[in-house]
Design a protein around this ligand. Structure first.
Ligand code: DOR
Ligand code: ZN
Length: 347
């Protein structure tokens, strides 16, 4: 018998790009409809590097929410080589900033202000360890000599293992993991090391990039990997291990920036996020573990209360629009023009 209904604690998205201004206003309702909270990435232009900037951004998000929405943005700071250690203390005291994001300079969208040499921010990381503020890592090397499909594995070897040894008390989240190497690293690491997994990395392998021609809407960072890695991610997500939890990395770009000779990285999934995860868990025969991955593990890791509201999905197919508005343009979402198996039941 197949399940027709999924009834879970309202989930949270532990890794999300909401953008700003008109783009923010276009996308935030998709997330607020599904999730109670989301960790909002700070890679704006200019980046969100201080508690004051994060607080302003939080207010702009709140002002963009549809009337009546109950959604809490959880803010992050963008770590640069100029971040003072004192900013960490301010972040901890703020209550609104819950983590700091590390981008290797040049790794992805708006990462040019990121870190070139981790050693230059050791004093800031030390403050994070001391004040117990988690470090969220975009775990890829940018060394042009390293093959793009090996960037995550090499980051773990070169940077993550030494970082963990140097700061054993630091809480870290390896974001949007894409390889069995990352799964292995997190699985054997102590409890303060966790990882988020996106819906697109659970559902797609790198063939999607080239099916019938180049598909720029599947181009993201870290790039999709081969099937063995996707299988390892699905196994980890559905394992019940509390160190793995939901983070969509939903990253909207206007169509012209994706369908371009030098296209931007990012897959937009916020419009159907929990529904896509439900498909992945169903594929693994583990719908019973969706709630823990989507609604429990992340809250526990961040030491935030579990949500009290619930979210119900039913097996009613719907067709994803070919595009959604995004600021003055449009954005092509994952599954554009195709069918989704699960729908949210309004309640
Ligand atoms: O694909 C991605 N898009 N990966 C990232 O790390 C950043 C994101 C974005 O902001 O567009
Ligand atoms: Zn991201």
């Amino acid at each position: 018998m197949t399940t027709a209904r999924i009834d879970i604690i309202r989930p949270d998205d532990w890794h999300l790009h909401l953008r700003d201004g008109a783009a923010l206003a276009s996308v935030v309702a998709h997330t607020a409809r599904r999730f109670a909270r989301a960790i909002v990435m700070p890679n704006l232009k200019p980046p969100v590097t201080t508690v004051a900037l994060a607080e302003d951004y939080r207010q702009r998000i709140a002002a963009s929410l549809p009337a009546g929405a109950r959604f809490q943005p959880l803010m992050t700071l963008y770590l640069t080589e100029a971040t003072p250690a004192a900013e960490i203390e301010r972040a901890k005291a703020s209550g609104s900033v819950v983590a700091v994001k590390y981008y290797p300079a040049g790794a992805t969208t708006n990462s040019q202000d990121g870190v070139r040499d981790l050693a230059r921010v050791y004093h800031v990381i030390e403050a994070m360890e001391k004040h117990d503020l988690p470090l969220l890592l975009h775990g890829e090397v940018t060394d042009p000599a390293v093959d793009i499909f090996d960037r995550e594995r090499v980051f773990i070897e070169r940077h993550l293992i030494p970082l963990q040894a140097r700061f054993p008390g630091l809480r870290m989240v390896l974001e949007h993991i894409t390889t069995r190497d990352a799964v292995a690293f997190v699985s054997q690491a102590p409890a303060q090391v966790a990882a988020t997994i996106t819906a697109h990395h659970l559902l797609l392998n790198r063939n999607a990039l080239f099916e019938g021609g180049v598909n720029p809407h599947y181009y993201c960072a870290p790039i999709l990997k081969r099937e063995t890695h996707r299988a390892a991610l699905l196994q980890a997500a559905t394992s019940g291990d509390p160190r793995f939890f939901l983070g969509t990395d939903s990253a909207p770009h206007v169509r012209e920036s994706k369908e371009s000779a030098c296209g931007c990285a990012g897959v937009y999934t916020a419009h159907a996020a929990i529904e896509l995860y439900a498909e992945a868990f169903e594929q693994a025969g583990r719908l019973d573990r969706l709630e823990a991955f989507a609604s429990i593990h992340g809250a526990d890791f961040y030491r935030l209360p579990r949500n009290r509201e619930r979210l119900v999905l039913e097996r009613t197919p719907w067709t994803v629009p070919a595009e959604y508005p995004l600021a003055q343009g449009s954005c092509v979402p994952m599954r554009a023009g195709k069918s989704m198996a699960w729908s949210i039941v309004d309640g």
